[in-house]
Design a protein around this ligand. Structure first.
Ligand SMILES: NC(=O)c1ccc[n+]([C@@H]2O[C@H](COP(=O)([O-])OP(=O)(O)OC[C@H]3O[C@@H](n4cnc5c(N)ncnc54)[C@H](O)[C@@H]3O)[C@@H](O)[C@H]2O)c1
Length: 305
């Protein structure tokens, strides 16, 4: 690399400029786990910016219902743990829209509680959805994006991908993995025109976090705050961003420089053990959904063994 090239590569925004620009207007966007929560908000916000949005979810009816309320959106059933289903959805999108510009790997589950009491089927569900779902998604769209020489993947990880919390051993493991996979894929595909960003929300007001005292251990945001961070990455191509933005650098500093003894005292003061026992009454709708999904997922796994 020549000196002038090296200097240009060091300027702010250089990475984004080195990759083909993606205009939101007319971009073809797949959002996973888009029937509700952050995914639903992402589908609506991309569509409002003029993108052609595919609302996908394991809950096909809810995805179809949501898509019918968004101008120009289409829906498809997509269980992100199922590689075959990914192949079919990618084929369908390419047939209808001719390309895939943006994938938002958002689908996720969050069972919580004491780790030693966690059922094997629950561990499987968390890892299959939150880790393999992300890997399957990247693997499914990368060939067509690399062929086209442009594309952007946003992996919705979590601050739980950096910040360990009691009651979330497997969820933490899954989000650390999703975050790591995102950073590694970003480096592996550097130079192909395809970029990968990780978005790490703090606590978000959705069904997934119901029953948590959201005023407690983590700052809390709304789904549209997270989605603004997701959408911004299309322009900035940032490697990682949190929502709110200050949480990631703030935690990185604490993790690096605050002694564990001090941190332990602060953690106890802010009630960091709450994920060991979220309010089961407030969480009833989510727990019922999780129970159905865990059963269906383990039956599917048994059939394919
Ligand atoms: N809510 C929070 O506090 C929070 C914080 C940090 C990160 N996140 C992450 O944000 C993402 C979205 O979470 P949310 O809060 O909107 O949750 P949510 O439960 O409101 O929505 C998640 C959606 O994912 C879908 N889904 C689950 N398993 C799936 C599968 N196998 N295939 C396809 N779809 C599937 C669900 O049906 C649901 O529609 C998740 O990855 C979650 O881990 C959430």
């Amino acid at each position: 690399m020549r000196l002038s090239g090296m200097i240009t590569a060091l300027l702010p925004g250089a990475y984004a400029r080195q990759n083909p620009r993606i205009e939101l207007e007319d971009a073809v966007v797949i959002v996973t786990g888009a029937a509700r929560g952050i995914g639903a908000e992402a589908a609506a916000m991309f569509a409002a910016a003029g993108s052609r949005v595919w609302v996908t979810d394991v809950d096909a009816d809810d995805a179809a219902r949501l898509a019918s309320t968004i101008d120009g959106a289409r829906s498809a059933r997509l269980d992100v743990t199922d590689r075959g289903a990914w192949g079919s959805v990618v084929d369908e999108v390419l047939t209808v829209d001719g390309r895939i510009d943006i994938l938002v790997n958002n689908a996720g589950v969050m069972p919580t509680g004491p780790f030693a009491e966690e059922a094997a089927a629950t561990t499987d569900l968390i890892l299959d959805v939150n880790v393999k779902g992300v890997l399957n998604g990247m693997g499914a769209v990368l060939p067509t994006m690399v062929d086209a020489g442009r594309g952007h993947i946003v992996n919705v990880a979590s601050m739980a991908g950096m910040l360990p919390l009691p009651g979330m051993v497997t969820y933490n493991a899954s989000k650390f993995a999703a975050y790591g996979a995102s950073l590694a894929a970003r480096r592996e595909y550097d130079g192909t025109g395809v970029t990968v960003s990780a978005v790490l929300p703090s606590a978000v007001r959705t069904e997934l976090s119901s029953g948590a005292d959201l005023g407690g251990v983590l700052p809390t945001v709304d789904p549209d705050d997270v989605v603004r961070a997701i959408v911004r990455t299309v322009r900035t191509r940032a490697a990682r961003v949190s929502s709110p933005g200050w949480v990631l650098p703030g935690w990185a500093l604490v993790d690096q420089f605050v002694p564990e003894s001090v941190e332990r005292v602060v953690r106890e003061l802010v009630g960091h053990r709450q994920a060991m026992a979220l309010d089961p009454v407030e969480r009833a709708t989510y727990l019922a959904r999780l129970e159905r999904q865990t059963l269906e997922h383990s039956q599917t796994k048994d059939q394919t063994r």
